[in-house]
Design a binder for this molecule. Structure first.
Ligand SMILES: Nc1ncnc2c1ncn2[C@@H]1O[C@H](COP(=O)(O)OP(=O)(O)OP(=O)(O)O)[C@@H](O)[C@H]1O
Ligand SMILES: [Mg+2]
Length: 390
């Protein structure tokens, strides 16, 4: 048996088993890709069914999204249409996608797809975008979700443009770069776009593999229209001239350049490394088309962040004072003050802004003290009696 004939035999068996479990007629198999979340979170699950007598349950708490099995069939119903998810993780050496399939009756196949599409379009977005100046949020939206809109991509392709776009989000820590990615990621789910999140660990693992260029390229590839997020990749993006050259950049850039884009893809990179330190080769058009800087919030934006706080909290403090006293704070620091206020409230049943500010400054001072003892540079200057130098 070749791997192909083994797979096709397995596939037929899985489709038959799923059809029997969910009462499907003339079953067809599919993979929902970016529509997975919408499809399964809106459907009503039925109890798990074994495959040829085998069922392995999986313990997870967010049961609505996960099928809660590594081996078995989960039938579902979405607005009267029956379908099933069949998972058979038989062997880690297989491409598991082929062993995680959805099955529906042929007569319902298009109906199901249209229903999911409609749900994607009509469902209200639960995730709030980060607080940003209106025009910056619009630029972010236009260059990511707007760019991937079918009509937009069609126009670009007809005019001979590249269906590939790179964005770099920069700025000091705690001002919304990762929050922006999180929001876009949820919007991708809602629109049925594919998305991929490349973590520093996944990147390093790909770098260490036997074919790093291909492995990194795989990380940066989506099969359909979508966004690839590459959060906090400072190490890979530093300038070769100012920072010691590593072959990291070479691998990274050649992987990025070698990707064939069939539909449309947006790369979103984030870093809090300053723009001058980033390799000019990486910043050139074609790799990065747009840089968005996430600044510290001004009074207006801090106010908008606080407007999102709980009504009780807002009624319990003087917001004008809070806005004025947080000048120069990042969004994350303003949010930390909110958390301190809430913790204090649980103890005292009072909203004590002055206490929160004091506690915040104390915590910052403690952290600054500890930081002086962290890092390798200080070990070299450690005094003979073992204490660390400053
Ligand atoms: N623009 C923003 N609007 C609303 N909340 C924000 C914003 N920026 C930061 N926050 C709050 O601060 C937290 C940390 O922010 P985030 O992780 O987005 O920062 P970052 O810019 O990615 O920082 P880093 O450079 O350290 O990775 C968020 O979880 C959120 O609570
Ligand atoms: Mg971040």
């Amino acid at each position: 048996m070749t791997p192909l004939s083994t797979y096709s035999a397995d596939h037929q068996l899985l489709v038959q088993e799923a059809a029997a479990a969910a009462n499907l007629i003339d079953p067809v198999a599919f993979t929902p890709g970016g529509y997975l979340y919408t499809l399964v979170t809106n459907a009503i699950p039925s109890p798990l069914v074994p495959i040829r007598g085998a069922l392995v349950r999986l313990w997870v708490t967010r049961s609505k999204f996960y099928p809660n099995a590594t081996f078995g069939i989960r039938p579902y119903t979405l607005e009267g249409i029956r379908f099933a998810r069949c998972i058979a993780n038989i062997d880690q050496s297989y491409d598991q996608n082929g062993y995680d399939i959805f099955v529906v009756s042929r007569a319902d196949y298009l109906k199901l797809f249209r229903k999911v599409l409609k749900l994607c379009r009509t469902q209200t977005c639960t995730a709030l975008p980060p607080v940003l100046p209106d025009e910056q949020l619009e630029v972010l939206r236009q260059n990511t979700l707007g760019y991937l809109e079918r009509d937009n991509l069609k126009r670009i392709k007809n005019l001979g443009g590249r269906p590939k776009r790179g964005l770099l989000l920069t700025g000091p820590p705690g001002n919304g770069k990762t929050s922006a990615c999180r929001w876009l990621w949820e919007e991708c789910q809602r629109h049925g776009y594919e998305y991929q999140i490349v973590s520093p660990d996944a990147y390093q693992a790909a770098r260490r593999s036997c074919n790093p260029v291909q492995a990194v390229r795989d990380l940066f590839t989506v099969n359909r229209c979508g966004i690839i997020f590459f959060d906090d990749m400072d190490v890979a993006l530093r300038d070769r001239d100012t920072v010691r050259e590593t072959d990291d950049q070479a691998v990274f850039l050649s992987a990025l350049d070698g990707i064939q884009v069939n539909e449309g893809v947006v790369y979103v990179f984030t870093t809090n490394c300053s723009l001058e330190l980033i390799d000019p080769a990486f910043k050139r058009p074609g790799r990065i088309d747009l840089v968005l800087h996430f600044h510290l919030p001004d009074a207006h934006l801090r106010r908008r962040l606080m407007d999102r706080w709980h009504d009780d909290l807002k009624a319990g403090i003087n917001l004008d004072v809070a806005v004025a006293q947080t000048a120069g704070y990042s969004f994350a620091e303003v949010e930390e003050l909110k958390n301190l206020l809430i913790l204090r409230y649980l103890d005292t049943h009072r909203w004590e802004w002055a206490w929160a500010m004091e506690q915040f400054n104390e915590n910052r001072a403690d952290l600054a003290k500890q930081q002086r003892h962290l890092g390798f540079a200080h070990l070299a200057t450690a005094s003979p009696n073992g204490s660390h130098g400053e």
